[in-house]
Design a protein around this ligand. Sequence first.
Ligand SMILES: [Cu+2]
Length: 126
Amino acid sequence: MLNNVIAIVVISFITVGSMWGIGGLLNQPEENKIEKSGDSVLLIAQNNAFNETNPTIFVKESAPTKLIILNKDFVKHDFISEGLGLNSAYLTTERDFVTAIASDRIGEHEYYCSFHPSMKGKIVIG
Ligand SMILES: [Cu+2]
């Protein structure tokens, strides 16, 4: 009886583990790490990174840019840029935060997630 229970637990772990593996293969990273269309930028928080590479976001001084942060992760993330006065607060799974990058703040501004030290990048306005 106990052996059966152990076997079921082990099989469950293997099944869930392999599904994770397949999911990872299906979600292959795209070449372009910045999802930019027109005047908007999409940053996806997943696997403890923004768009996998924490990309530098370039914004032209004359072009106000819409910024969307989307949490596709199983853990909470946030998005903060003190230089730009942005703070999304907690984003739970599938929650997004829509804001704008004020294009008159010329220079380099750091952005980061306060939960994960590896999640940080730069926004360059000029
Ligand atoms: Cu985070």
